[in-house]
Design a binder for this molecule. Structure first.
Ligand SMILES: *[C@@H]1O[C@H](CO)[C@@H](O)[C@H](O)[C@H]1NC(C)=O
Ligand SMILES: *[C@@H]1O[C@H](CO)[C@@H](O)[C@H](O)[C@H]1NC(C)=O
Ligand SMILES: *[C@@H]1O[C@H](CO)[C@@H](O)[C@H](O)[C@H]1NC(C)=O
Ligand SMILES: CC(=O)N[C@H]1CO[C@H](CO)[C@@H](O)[C@@H]1O
Length: 320
């Protein structure tokens, strides 16, 4: 059938083209979403750049995170007195560990709250305080408030701040991985960001389902970081613990420190430097000398064998 070419038809085509164009990405920032069904939270990281000089405790409060967990996730020594009051400089980029929950079918944090201050708007909270990790629309919807992005928010208003995160089953190309949510900065390219975080451009492109390596400032993407995985029973409170290469996690009520890398990607757990008398015993079984993390070489008639004492998770206040 020949196509009609009346002026009306051409106008219709033009209109359709115009509608299609406004839907093209670019006008609005993109964000990688992970659909989810299970309500079980999984470990994820957020890349956060400080907008002002802040105490570690203030950064931790912004994300409902443990200050020590933030230091450990950045491989910063945390066994120092008064670590929470340490002042961190504006512009510093930190990895913030968060439980990545599932809400309305999308992976996101569900426990982050922000109490607004004088002069805050939804736009300033999203782009400045949270460094672009969230959007005014998301805060508005999650907090159930009726304000435009640039309206002043009454000081003292408690806002619920959803931050997208991802776990993708804790694997990337078949290897254990922790996903870091990252806000693309001006001038960033996928290969440069991938190099900076010791992952590959190919993995970043596939994790984010990008058509090509084009990203724009403000886009929220996830970066798969090589990690050590754990195999604690589901009944443990640190079930699913995963630690990015070159960093630590503190677990078991701050009694145990688990590190990953750099030589291999086997999780290695020892008593934490700050472990105190309140921590349950880290002796292994009924042995008097074997402590968590120790291993000994035993010579036997058949040759030598290695005896080791590994951490098996935290359940009901007991270190397994
Ligand atoms: C882990 O990090 C170290 C450097 O800190 C690097 O040499 C090693 O290749 C990394 N391992 C993996 C699997 O990425
Ligand atoms: C620990 O106790 C078990 C019995 O409960 C015993 O069979 C084993 O030999 C003991 N091990 C050590 C190192 O004492
Ligand atoms: C922890 O305690 C609860 C009840 O107190 C019990 O059902 C559960 O099995 C315990 N978990 C472990 C790992 O012992
Ligand atoms: C025998 C042995 O290696 N013991 C060590 C076990 O680990 C604790 C703390 O990590 C050390 O203090 C012991 O010397």
């Amino acid at each position: 059938m020949p196509l009609p070419s009346t002026p009306l038809y051409r106008l219709l085509l033009l209109l359709l083209a115009a509608v299609a164009c406004t839907r093209l990405p670019g006008a609005e920032s993109k964000s990688t979403l992970e659909p989810c069904a299970s309500s079980t939270a999984c470990p994820a990281l957020l890349s956060y750049t400080l907008y002002a000089d802040l105490k570690l405790a203030e950064v931790a409060a912004l994300f409902a995170a443990d200050p020590l967990a933030i230091l450990a996730a950045n491989a910063i020594d945390y066994a120092v007195p008064d670590a929470a009051n340490r002042i961190l400089p504006a512009g510093l980029s930190l990895r913030v560990p968060v439980p990545c929950a599932c809400s309305n079918g999308i992976r996101k944090t569900t426990s982050v709250r922000y109490v607004s201050r004088q002069g805050d708007t939804l736009a300033s909270v999203a782009s400045q305080v949270y460094g672009g990790l969230t959007a005014p629309d998301w805060i508005r919807e999650s907090s159930g408030i009726l304000l435009n992005a640039d309206d002043a928010v009454d000081a003292g208003t408690a806002l619920s701040v959803p931050l997208h995160c991802a776990c993708f089953g804790g694997v990337d190309s078949g290897a254990p991985a922790v996903y870091l949510t990252y806000v693309v900065a001006k001038g960033d390219t996928v290969p440069a960001v991938a190099r900076r975080y010791r992952t590959t451009a190919t993995d970043v492109i596939s994790a984010n389902d990008l058509a090509n390596a084009d990203v724009a400032a403000g886009d929220i993407i996830v970066l798969p970081l090589p990690a050590c995985s754990s195999s604690f029973p589901t009944s443990t409170s640190d079930y699913g613990l995963a630690v990015a290469n070159g960093t630590y996690a503190v677990t078991a009520d701050r009694c145990v420190q688990c590190s990953c890398g750099p030589a291999n990607l086997d999780l290695f757990c020892v008593p934490a430097p700050l472990a105190d008398a309140a921590c349950s015993s880290m002796r292994c079984g009924n042995s008097s000398s074997m402590m968590l993390g120790n291993f000994t070489l035993v010579m036997t008639g058949a040759g030598c064998s290695v005896t080791s004492c590994g951490y098996g998770g935290y359940a009901n206040g007991t270190i397994l």
